[in-house]
Design a protein around this ligand. Structure first.
Ligand code: NAP
Length: 310
């Protein structure tokens, strides 16, 4: 009997993923029926993205797992109709893209690039930027993405502080955890990169109190999720100069509404949730591996802890 795999994501992705998944599953010698539409009680696996429209898993009576194409799973982790394992996306392409994006925006701040890119007024002020060894960057979240970013920053010789829920040990990175760890990290952070998941425990990690801990004029880069930051507190901190500039890729409401003050703020750069994305070639391999594992009775990889929400 074939394995039935339902692809539930944006329709434009189907022509991209269909051949990749078909070939990958054939290489795994699996007899698979892959489609965008299927009787729910026939589905074995769902390849899932939040914008595919699937909300109620109740009729999916023989489902074995939901395999997310997204790394962030906040919109499905607390879905009570889902009672089978949920795997999130860990994809080398996604990680590489995030590392490049975070490095680029960190270097923009570190080197003070805006001063020369945006102002060409004939003034000759020959002040060289400091070295990375003289700059402290803090990465909040040391998972697949945060760890790669922290290591890449360390490889450029930045002083890197990292913060996570549980204690980590990463070469070149001073790792901290817990409430005190966050205070220690932020109090030294000239540039902060947020790569935490959106969970009840991480909401408003940056708020009026924690923003006030940072050195005056600190820069914020948020490719994590919008709710990690208390927006009003950040706007206040930007207006007083406590925060010098923020680069924000993710928001509580996306697309960011036109009337939102971030669009107009001179010290905010808005990017439209493009820090990185799942890359189909490598992501399809991850999906195929998990279907292969499920069929072989082996444990799935990249499982979400539904209690923790990530
Ligand atoms: P991950 O591997 O699950 O890592 C999450 C990290 O956050 C872990 O280090 C975890 O700590 C830490 N964490 C979770 N809750 C915490 C808490 N309460 N206090 C302190 N640390 C906490 O996730 P990932 O793959 O690196 O992805 C991170 C996030 O990036 C995703 O959830 C998604 O929101 C975002 N993302 C954005 C884009 C974009 O284009 N903007 C693209 C992909 C992903 P432990 O290690 O101790 O568990």
């Amino acid at each position: 009997m074939p394995v039935n795999v339902l692809f539930s994501a944006r329709p434009e992705l189907w022509p991209v993923y269909e051949p990749l998944l078909t070939n990958g599953l054939a290489e795994a010698r699996l007899d698979v029926n892959l489609a965008t539409n299927m009787e729910p009680d026939q589905v074995d696996y769902v390849v899932y993205a939040p914008n595919g429209g699937l909300l109620d898993f109740t009729p999916y009576s023989r489902l074995k797992a939901v395999l997310s194409l997204w790394a962030g799973v906040e919109s499905i982790a607390d879905n009570e109709t889902l009672t089978v394992p949920l795997a999130r996306m860990v994809d080398n392409g996604l990680t590489q893209g995030m590392t490049e994006w975070a490095l680029g925006h960190t270097l923009r701040y570190h080197l003070g690039m805006d001063a020369h890119i945006t102002v060409q007024d004939g003034a000759w002020t020959p002040t060289a930027p400091p070295l990375a060894t003289e700059r402290t960057v803090c990465v909040l979240g040391l998972g697949e993405l945060g760890q790669a970013v922290a290591q890449a920053l360390a490889a450029l010789n930045f002083r890197v502080l990292g913060w996570s829920r549980t204690q980590k040990d990463i070469q070149g990175v001073t790792c901290l955890h817990g409430t005190d760890g966050l205070r220690t990290a932020l109090s030294q952070a000239e540039i902060v990169v947020l790569l935490l998941p959106d969970t009840p425990a991480t909401e408003n990690t940056l708020n009026a109190e924690t923003l006030a801990l940072m050195p005056k004029g600190a820069k914020i880069i948020n490719p994590g999720r919008g709710p990690l930051i208390d927006d009003n507190a950040l706007l206040d901190a930007l207006n007083t100069g406590q925060v010098g500039h923020a680069t924000l890729d993710v928001f509580r409401v996306e697309p960011l509404p036109l009337e939102h003050p971030y669009w107009e703020h001179p010290n905010v750069t808005v990017t439209p949730h493009i820090a990185s994305e799942t890359r189909p070639v490598t992501a399809a391999q991850v999906i195929c591996e998990n279907i292969q594992r499920g069929e072989a009775g082996e444990p799935f990889v990249h499982l979400v802890d539904r209690q923790l929400g990530y």
